[in-house]
Ligand binder design. Structure first.
Ligand code: CTP
Length: 402
């Protein structure tokens, strides 16, 4: 078991007045479930959409709505609450953030409890805007968001889709999971440091058909590769994910190319690689495939199945690239370090990630234990971490060679 990155973290949540305010309940629930402490501040118009009682119950803390809360007026309690809250916090998230609150923050207004608290913050500020499409795309809002991003605040851009008004377009509050991932990223000390980089990631297994219903595959779930793609996106990169069959979900902003077999994956990698600064080949490509897939289901009356296999193309060995850096993975169960170093050389890689499968690492689980080996033979031996954190470590090493 590893410690959750959110456990014990002190998070301020600011909620503003828009229909997406109801989603703040889900965000609080997730923070609390993962062991964070949460204190909440609402703008007056947020109370039109959600009650302080709901959020106080979920967060186990008093919710502040007025710059002069009742508990302050009653006596000495919370006398300088905005300063106390600001000093207490490891991070403040404003979700959803209306264009009105975004504008006020960008101009340094302190005209309600939320904006007053923001002006006193010492910790990172994360802003997740939500608005109807034309309000969101309003040039003044764009300018304000740009300004806030340039000031070093982290913006979780909204998604495109159907909006509460019935219109469709940009403005829908980012998915709760993405918001939580972004908060974890910032609390782990990372930022949008991969802006301008195009990163291609392969993930999952490949399936090699025996007949229309059977295939040869492996136990890869895709979790490691999907975590790399997500983290690369959250750190600002333009990400394409080539995925074998997997039940994992990915952010809508990441271009997803679904493939099935090793040959399909090879074609997709070759098509995309020259557009990319970095390829992270975390897919567990099947080494073998049936010589010919039967066109009809093989009936069991045949008694036994004689399966003849051919070697699949080795994608990493077959790609020729001058400008793209390449990271490979090595899954080893014996002579781990020397086998991984051999693959690093033979496959002309810039880095290799040695993956040692175990109960808490490798296939299907959310944690992994890896060693990152560089071209000069030096290695970074990481402890057991969540795949999200492993992805961050791999991308930090990658950044040093990009
Ligand atoms: N790989 C590839 N094409 C293949 C097989 C593997 O590009 N046909 C890539 C994997 O995505 C990984 C790296 O090669 O990044 C090493 O994969 P691994 O399975 O550890 O090693 P193999 O080269 O397949 O060798 P072996 O199975 O014999 O250890």
């Amino acid at each position: 078991m590893i410690k959750d990155q959110l456990a014990g973290k002190k998070i301020l949540l600011g909620v503003t007045g828009c229909i997406a305010a109801y989603k703040s309940c889900l965000i609080v629930r997730e923070f609390i479930k993962r062991g964070a402490e949460v204190k909440i501040v609402l703008t007056p118009s947020a109370t039109e959409f959600i009650t302080p009682l709901t959020l106080a119950t979920l967060s186990h803390n008093e919710v502040i709505v007025s710059t002069f809360p009742p508990s302050q007026k009653d006596g000495t309690n919370l006398s300088t609450w905005h300063i106390d809250y600001a000093l207490w916090a490891d991070l403040m998230l404003v979700a959803p953030a209306t264009i009105n609150t975004i504008a006020k923050i960008s101009y340094g207004f302190a005209d309600n409890a939320l904006t007053t608290l923001v002006t006193a913050l010492r910790s990172p500020l994360v802003i997740a805007p939500a608005a109807d499409v034309d309000m969101y795309n309003n040039p003044i809002n764009m300018e304000n968001l740009n300004k806030l991003e340039k000031l070093g605040h982290y913006i979780i851009y909204p998604e495109s889709g159907e909006l509460a008004s019935g219109l469709s377009g940009e403005g829908r509050l980012a998915d709760t999971n993405k918001i939580i991932d972004a908060v974890e990223l910032i609390l782990s000390g990372y930022s949008k440091d991969l802006v301008g980089k195009k990163i291609l990631v392969s993930a999952g297994p490949t399936y090699e058909d025996i007949d229309p219903v059977r295939f040869i595959g492996n136990r890869s779930s895709g979790k490691m590769g999907y975590a790399i793609a997500k983290v690369a996106y959250l750190r600002g990169a333009d990400v394409t994910l080539i995925s074998g069959p997997s039940s994992q979900s990915i952010y809508p902003e990441i271009k997803l190319i679904k493939v099935r077999s090793a040959s399909e994956m090879e074609r997709a990698v070759k098509k995309e690689i020259d557009k990319s600064h970095l390829l992270v080949m975390s897919a567990a490509v099947s080494d073998f495939r049936p010589i010919k897939a039967a066109s009809n289901k093989i009936k069991k009356e045949t008694g036994k199945m004689d399966l003849k296999l051919d070697l699949n193309p080795d994608i990493l060995s077959s790609i020729k690239t001058k400008n793209t850096k390449v990271i490979g993975f090595a899954l080893e169960t014996q002579n781990e370090l020397s086998n991984a170093k051999k693959k690093l050389k033979e496959k002309h890689l810039d880095l290799i990630v040695l993956n040692s499968p175990g109960k808490e690492s490798g296939f299907e689980v959310d944690t992994n234990k890896v060693t990152i080996i560089k071209q000069d033979g030096k290695s970074v031996n990481l402890p057991l971490l969540s795949k999200f954190q492993v992805a961050n470590k791999i991308l930090t090493e990658a950044k040093s060679i990009l």
